[in-house]
Design a protein around this ligand. Structure first.
Ligand SMILES: Cc1ncc(COP(=O)(O)O)c(C=O)c1O
Length: 394
């Protein structure tokens, strides 16, 4: 016996790995392009950050810390947000979480019940859909328009606001499309939220991984619309396995006080986030290092290479990514009559070539007929992957 809520939980990014493991056990080489983890490729956690983690454990900082996070770390995050994004957040309005994942869990637990709705981009990072349902909420996808560079379709967004809408999610740079919403769209979403008195959730985990365009933090575009920001250490600081993130509340008129107090209760109930990772993160903020900029430079080359290769494949259309580390090509399945769905395509690609990607429908209804592929590996590996991919289609 298992509850309905667990029975129905799905997470395509890792579910596909189950098929990959099966095939790997038969001795086939697998290319793990399904998961956005830079650390399994040639992006390593900087030594000084690892050293700070080991120093923390040897210094005996292995105890439960404040449920909201180590105070010095919360202060460092405020300074960082001020210097990078020019926003003023009070340490009291920051909460350290076990990855952005826990932040999403807390927020949706606090906002949703009885089929309340949350507006999420479509396609979207699947956790927003899955956790919304887990809490008896209803994730409603607003369309990202593939014919307009995956920018949000504001008409669609407006039409989907109801009296059950509890929040609008902005996830930019977006997973899986890679779009960095143009500032004018972000501003319009915030204005729309203001008009209907709805808070914004802003998932900013890829804010430092942008290529040509400049990232603009949504808070700088809001006068009094409350925004809950989510960010973390997994991607920019190459520490995916440490499970460390944070949530901040920009809430000039205290509209979200009840929600914030509720989430703080949840944080206390789970004791605290990883203590030694928090002490190491203080060091990462005080001494920023070149690792993020180096990663973005390498990623840009890898994105360009992957984009060029995919663009040349017949039956595939593709929009380039502004940020993050994914491409989300469209599979024109009428040109590939052998496969009835993106899922069938992706599973057979995996079985035949060992290339593990994620089927687009795992990212919600608007993801159908697509696949997500990461460009994290180095060019040599990417060359092998795209050669195999082309052979497979031939
Ligand atoms: C948009 C988005 N949000 C959140 C996460 C989870 O991040 P964390 O490792 O901080 O839990 C991911 C991971 O891929 C992501 O793509």
């Amino acid at each position: 016996m298992v509850s309905k809520r667990i029975h129905e939980l799905e997470y395509a990014i890792r579910d596909i790995a189950v098929v990959a493991n099966e095939i790997q056990q038969k001795g086939k080489k697998i290319y793990h392009l399904n998961i956005g983890d830079p650390v399994i490729f040639d992006f390593k956690t900087p030594e000084y950050i690892s050293k700070a983690l080991s120093d923390a454990t040897f210094a005996g900082q292995n105890y439960y810390v404040d449920s909201l996070g180590v105070p010095e770390l919360r202060k460092e995050i405020c300074s960082y947000e001020k210097s990078k994004n020019d926003i003023d957040i009070n340490p009291r309005d920051i909460m350290i979480t076990s990855g952005v994942t826990e932040g999403i869990f807390f927020l949706l637990a606090g906002l949703l019940e009885n089929n309340n709705e949350i507006l999420v981009p479509g396609p979207t990072y699947p956790l927003y859909i899955n956790y919304s349902r887990f809490f008896d909420g209803n994730p409603i996808e607003y369309r990202l328009d593939e014919t307009n560079n995956w920018e949000p379709d504001l008409e669609d967004l407006r039409n989907k606001i109801t009296d059950k809408t509890t929040a609008i999610l902005i996830s930019s740079p977006n997973n899986p499309t890679g779009v960095l919403y143009d500032t004018k769209y972000v501003k319009e979403i915030i204005d729309l939220a203001g008009e209907y008195n709805i808070p914004i959730i802003s998932d900013e985990i890829y804010d430092q991984i942008v290529f040509e365009k400049e990232y603009v933090c949504p808070v700088t575009l809001s006068e009094d619309v409350p925004i809950i920001g989510l960010n973390g250490f997994s991607k920019a600081h190459l520490a995916t396995g440490w499970r460390l993130g944070y949530m901040y509340f920009y809430d000039p008129h205290d509209n979200l006080l009840e929600l914030k107090n509720g989430i703080e209760k949840m944080a206390r109930a789970r004791l605290c986030a990883n203590s030694i990772a928090q002490f190491a993160a203080i060091e990462a903020f005080r001494n920023p290092g070149p690792h993020t900029v180096d990663m973005v430079r390498k990623l840009k080359e890898r994105r360009d290479y992957s984009f060029q290769r995919l663009k040349q494949i017949e039956g595939i259309s593709i929009i380039n990514a502004d940020g993050a580390f994914y491409l989300f090509p469209k599979l024109n399945l009428e040109e590939f009559p052998k496969w009835n769905s993106d899922r069938e395509f992706v599973v057979e690609l995996l079985r035949e070539t060992g290339i593990c990607t994620v089927y687009g429908s795992g990212f919600g209804d608007f993801g159908e007929d697509h696949m997500r592929i990461t460009f994290l590996p180095d060019i040599e590996i990417l060359r092998e992957v795209y050669d195999l991919f082309e052979d497979f289609l031939k």
